[in-house]
Design a protein. Structure first.
Length: 296
């Protein structure tokens, strides 16, 4: 395997044109559209990587329910190996509702079996054979988080996208960051992880932990550090349908570019292009580009 992704997978129900404050009191409101799509940062990253030509496997937990069957079918249909996924008979598949309002969104997640995934669920042979290991949604999976430092020490190369911390504490990462090759937060997450108010300062502070931060900055592109120097690339203008999963497609593009041996700046350009192109359609996977799309 070129890439092993470990993390979250769930159906996303995307409601576009949602009101900022839904009316309770059993009132019904009409919205622009609603779609059922594959969600979860890990699942979207895995699909994006497979779309870009990487031999990709995904390890996560789903319930023994129709939602879990939907998730596994969608991953398989997009070329991702799910043979090592755990089907949990005792907990439901996670479910997310995304209330999208233009480029902004609110995310409501029922975690289901997400917190039951552990490092022991990852087959040793798959971990050993993977050229790169990527982990998503650290704060949603406390069972996995406990064993991640030891798991990362066994991997050839690693990356981590913590995603948001619903608790707001942003704690417990010191040991893990010291053995993480690439840290892939967005700009807001980078500031919280570093405890800084200034993004360049946050990048430098995170780099001091031993990892290499690569920060997603939305319409402002991306920022990283290389040999002590900050490196940034802009994003191109795009007509956005929605931004769900754009950061995960960015992850996939970055990992695919590095797998092909591209340099830091070119890898950032590829990653930003992948994130931008993914916003052409609703959901995280519908508009993910091929390698030919990106390089064109």
């Amino acid at each position: 395997m070129d890439l092993l992704v470990i993390g979250d997978a769930n159906p996303d129900v995307i409601v576009s044109g949602a009101p900022r404050q839904p009316a309770f009191g059993q009132r019904e409101e009409l919205v622009e559209s609603g779609r059922l799509v594959l969600g979860g940062s890990g699942a979207i990253t895995a699909c994006g990587a497979a779309r870009l030509g990487l031999r990709t496997a995904f390890v996560g937990r789903v319930g023994a329910d129709p939602a879990g069957a939907f998730v596994l079918d969608e991953l398989t249909r997009r070329g991702v190996d799910v043979s090592a996924c755990v089907v949990d008979p005792d907990a439901p598949t996670a479910l997310t509702v995304v209330l999208a309002d233009g480029a902004d969104r609110a995310i409501l997640t029922a975690s289901g079996c997400l917190d039951r995934l552990t490092a022991a669920d990852v087959p040793a042979g798959l971990l050993r054979d993977a050229a790169h290991v990527h982990v998503s949604s650290y704060f949603l999976q406390p069972g996995l988080a406990d064993g991640l430092p030891a798991l990362f020490r066994q991997a050839r190369s690693t990356s981590l996208d913590t995603n948001d911390d619903p608790s707001g504490r942003w704690e417990g990462l010191d040991e893990l960051l010291a053995v993480t090759g690439l840290l892939l937060p967005n700009d807001r997450e980078a500031l919280r992880l570093a405890g800084e108010d200034d993004l360049p300062a946050a990048v430098r502070r995170l780099a001091a932990t031993g990892t290499t931060p690569v920060v997603k900055c939305g319409r402002d592109g991306a920022l990283t550090i290389d040999d002590g120097e900050l490196v940034s690339v802009p994003a191109r203008e795009a007509r956005v349908v929605d931004t769900v999963g754009a950061g995960d497609s960015f992850n996939a593009g970055l990992l695919a570019a590095r797998h092909r041996g591209l340099g830091v700046r070119r890898s950032l350009e590829i990653a930003v292009a992948c994130g931008t192109l993914s916003t052409r359609a609703a959901g995280g996977t519908a508009a993910q580009p091929t390698w030919e799309d990106v390089t064109a």
